[in-house]
Design a protein around this ligand. Structure first.
Ligand SMILES: Cc1ncc(COP(=O)(O)O)c(C=O)c1O
Length: 360
């Protein structure tokens, strides 16, 4: 039995008719940019995350760029970011003329720690971007104690909770989300959002997403054109009430892997808080051989970040760092199938294929 790396179709199948009808409604309503659906989605997502303000933007990358700018980060500033993450996290920093200062992660959790962030602090550090990678929840409160503003890159972690029960995205000065179709809450195209408790910050981001204007005729800032569109917001509103059940499905999938004995064969990810695993990423010393064996057995798998960001060509001017935890995770990680609907049979199939690989 083949098992796909992720499955976005099955969870959405019961919503098919509703989603199609909503498309028709939005097309007929004739408001396509920053209309009532975006405003309602922003309120509903704020309620879900537990933050007073949410601002919808075009994608998760822009969400980072606009938020960093609104936080006052600019050319020449240092911003601490992990190197083991999707490229956009550091790209956003470089795009606004600031310097990504790469910090290490704990390879067991894939997240930054207070110690790895402390080791990267400089006299010109203006912010830290913590990434809740794969849905795991980085220790925001302890990192905030270092005294530098923290931005959560929660692109992969909508629905995860910290140990104290608060949601990822409600833990720091601000948080960014991506609604890329494969994410925990996926749009039918690009989409993103920023959540914050800071009203002034939310206002600044709302201005920046519309060319630096509040009223569309006077321009206070050099901004961006970065809006979540009405159609995506309308469809995301239909999905949002199902998100918690989908997240529980992701947690159940992780539990099924454990029950099927995966932990005897590979290193399982160490959860922090209560993650809604976006990707289920294991570690193995012979990860590429394992990947080849799984692929041969029809099991979807992928090494997302084999080359960490500090070793990417575009980041070469910031590459002079030693990050042993990052290098270890980069070398050994492998994402295996994860979705809200992964069955015990599918989990057992993945575990059997890993066992058959016989890699020790
Ligand atoms: C950790 C992380 N940050 C940022 C992004 C960027 O989001 P987007 O693709 O919506 O621009 C992504 C997703 O692709 C991501 O996984």
């Amino acid at each position: 039995m083949a098992v796909p790396l992720f499955d976005t179709r099955t969870p959405l199948a019961p919503l098919r008719d509703e989603l199609h009808a909503k498309c028709g409604e939005v097309l007929d309503a004739g408001r396509y940019i920053l209309g009532p659906e975006v405003a309602a989605f922003e309120q509903e997502l704020a309620g879900y995350v537990g933050t007073p303000h949410v601002v919808g933007v075009a994608n998760g990358t822009d969400a980072l760029v606009l938020t960093l700018r609104a936080m006052g980060v600019g050319p020449g500033d240092d911003v601490i970011v992990p190197s083991f993450t999707f490229y956009a996290t550091a790209e956003a920093v470089a795009l606004i003329g600031a310097n990504p200062v790469f910090c290490d992660i704990d390879p067991r959790t894939f997240c930054v720690t207070p110690d790895t962030v402390r080791a990267a602090l400089t006299t010109t550090t203006r912010a830290v971007v913590v990434v809740h990678l794969f849905g795991n929840v980085a220790p925001v409160a302890e990192i905030e104690e270092l005294g530098v503003p923290v931005l959560e890159d929660a692109a992969q972690a909508l629905g995860s909770r910290a140990a104290d029960g608060r949601r990822a995205g409600a833990l720091a000065t601000a948080a960014t989300f991506s609604f890329f179709p494969s994410k925990n809450l996926g749009a039918f195209g690009d989409g993103g959002a920023v959540a914050t408790a800071d009203e002034a910050l939310a206002e600044a981001i709302a201005m920046l997403r519309f060319h630096g204007s509040r009223d569309k005729v006077s321009f206070e800032l050099v901004g961006h054109n970065s809006r979540l569109d009405e159609l995506q917001a309308a469809l995301l509103r239909l999905e949002l009430p199902h998100l918690d059940a989908w997240c529980d499905g992701r947690r159940a999938a992780a539990a099924r892997y454990e029950e099927a004995g995966l932990g005897d064969l590979v290193e399982l990810p160490e959860p922090i808080g209560d993650p809604a695993w976006h990707l289920y990423v294991i570690r193995h010393e012979r990860a590429d051989e394992l990947a080849a064996a799984l692929a041969a057995a029809g099991i979807g798998c992928k090494a997302y970040y084999r080359v960490p960001l500090h070793r990417q060509t575009a980041m070469r001017q910031w590459s002079d760092v030693e990050l042993p935890g990052t290098d270890e995770a980069a070398r050994t990680h492998l994402a295996i199938p994860m979705s809200p609907v992964l069955t015990f049979e599918q989990a057992a199939e993945v575990v059997a294929a890993a066992r058959d690989a016989d890699l020790g």
